[in-house]
Structure formats: structure tokens, C-alpha cells
Design a binder for this molecule. Structure first.
Ligand SMILES: [Zn+2]
Ligand SMILES: [Zn+2]
Length: 278
């Protein structure tokens, strides 16, 4: 069975996320390692990090990943914004490394005000320079598939392949596959699961997937609009999730829900996924 989990809150202390994930018997979890609404992030105190690692070790949670700040845009056409984004990305990498997390999920970026080619180049340069600065980075950078809205890069499998191709340290990069985003970007996971996975395998390689975001989609196929829904209540539907959770290629991966924060729904969504496992 894959490792199921959800995005846990670090409010009141980063270690609190462990307790929250444990309460729902999660095998995986995702966290923000710092406040993602501000550029002025503070690293968790050393003792908080130690408490986190200690609680994690005892928790039964196999896989934990971070989600990068939404403010960061490694494809930004504005030099000041790009510099801030790169600094924040590198700070996130340091926290991920210190916490010994299994991956750092990030949205590749948006080329608004520039061109696709320049944006792509900027992302690749940002990642390569960050990895070159951080010798021995112990985690993996996971390029998240996007819904392909506006000028965001990552909605096409070719986008992701091009970025991975540009990363020099191959063992430090992978993919976070967001089910809602891929469907919204125009890959029909609902009616042609095997076909989409074959296409992904040909263009990127399914072995590159190191994590899944398990979201149903509120918006229709090919909408290019990123709206998450509870499992089975969206346009993707339960049958699709049944195929994915039983796909042997992904048996040992973290599968994390990022569904709306409605009371009691994390547990319900996780229960549905577990029940779908044969
Ligand atoms: Zn994301
Ligand atoms: Zn999304």
C-alpha cells in the first residue's frame, strides 16, 4: 500500500504536524517548514527541529515532504523578485536538509512578463546554482506538475522533462504528480489512465515520480484552472483513484491529499483511499 497522508499544520511549532498526522494514522505527510505567506521567514529553532525529528522517528510516518512557499517564482522576469525567490528557495532547501525530509515539492514558476524559453532557463539555472551551493543536499527537489494556467510552466509533461533534463545533479531531482493539475492541464486520467501514464513514462519516466498529490478536481478536464475537490466528489471520481492506489509502480510512494480544509474531511478522504486498496 502507498503511504497516505495530508498537508499537516505547523502552527504552534513544527513538531505539532507530526501529532496531527499521527492522529489520522498517516504513513506520509506534507508540511510548510516556515510561514509561506511572507518573505521574512524564520527558521524553526534548533530545539524545535530536534523535537520534530524525535517525534517523527517514533511516529510510524514513513515519508515526509515539504511544500515550498507559494511566493517563490524561479521563472520571474523581475530581477529583484527572482533574487528574493532564489534566496527563499535556498533557505527552504536548507530547512529540508536539516529536517531530513524526503523531498521538497515546488511549483516550477511562471514566466509572466517574459517568454516560456527564458522562464524555463531561469528555473534550470536557479536549481543548478542552488544545488551547486549546497554540497551534499540530502533530499530531492520535486518539480510539481501544474494545471498549466496562464504562464505557469509545468502543465505539459514536456515542460517537466525539459527542466529535469537541465538539472545537472540528476539524483537530486524528481517529480510530484498532482492528479487534479494533470487532469486540468489536459491529460484525461479519468477515461484513459493507462494512456496518460504511458505518455508520462515516454516523456518523463514514471520512475521520476517521488510523490503524489491526491486531489480530485473541481474544474472540468482541460480547464487549466487549479481547484481541488474531495476524493470522489470531483470531475476525476473514485474509480480513477482506485486505479492509482493499486498501481504497483507507485506502491512505496507518499500520496498526499490537499483537499479543501472542511471539518473532518481529511479523515474521510484518507479512509476512501485506504478502502480503495485491494
Ligand atoms: Zn503545490
Ligand atoms: Zn493545486
Amino acid at each position: 500500500m502507498p503511504y497516505f497522508g495530508f498537508h499537516a499544520s505547523i502552527s504552534g511549532g513544527i513538531y505539532n504536524a507530526i501529532e496531527e498526522a499521527q492522529a489520522l494514522e498517516c504513513g506520509a505527510m506534507q508540511i510548510f517548514t516556515a510561514n509561506q505567506r511572507t518573505w521574512q521567514t524564520k527558521d524553526p529553532a534548533g530545539e524545535d527541529m530536534a523535537r520534530f525529528k524525535d517525534a517523527w522517528e517514533k511516529s510510524g510516518i514513513e515519508k515526509a515532504v515539504s511544500h515550498n512557499s507559494y511566493l517563490v517564482n524561479l521563472a520571474s522576469a523581475d530581477p529583484a523578485n527572482l533574487a528574493k525567490s532564489r534566496a527563499a528557495f535556498e533557505a527552504e532547501m536548507r530547512r529540508v536538509d536539516a529536517l531530513k525530509l524526503d523531498g521538497l515539492v515546488f511549483h516550477p514558476g511562471s514566466f509572466t512578463g517574459s517568454t516560456y524559453d527564458k522562464g524555463l532557463k531561469s528555473i534550470i539555472e536557479s536549481v543548478n546554482s542552488a544545488l551547486a551551493k549546497m554540497k551534499g543536499f540530502g533530499s530531492v527537489l520535486l518539480f510539481e506538475t501544474t494545471a498549466g494556467s496562464g504562464n505557469s510552466i509545468g502543465g505539459k509533461f514536456e515542460d517537466i522533462a525539459a527542466m529535469l533534463d537541465g538539472v545537472k545533479q540528476k539524483d537530486k531531482a524528481g517529480v510530484c504528480f498532482d492528479t487534479a493539475h494533470v487532469f486540468e492541464a489536459g491529460y484525461d486520467l479519468k477515461n484513459d489512465y493507462e494512456g496518460v501514464m504511458k505518455q508520462f513514462d515516454r516523456i518523463i519516466g514514471t520512475k521520476m515520480i517521488k510523490a503524489f498529490h491526491m486531489n480530485d478536481s473541481k474544474t472540468p478536464f482541460n480547464s487549466h484552472s487549479d481547484r481541488h475537490m474531495h476524493i470522489g466528489q470531483g470531475e476525476l471520481g473514485k474509480e480513477f483513484f482506485g486505479k492509482l492506489v493499486n498501481d504497483k509502480r507507485f506502491r512505496d510512494l507518499p500520496m498526499i491529499i490537499e483537499t479543501p480544509a472542511d471539518e473532518g474531511m481529511d479523515k474521510k478522504n484518507l479512509d476512501i483511499l485506504r478502502k480503495l486498496c485491494r
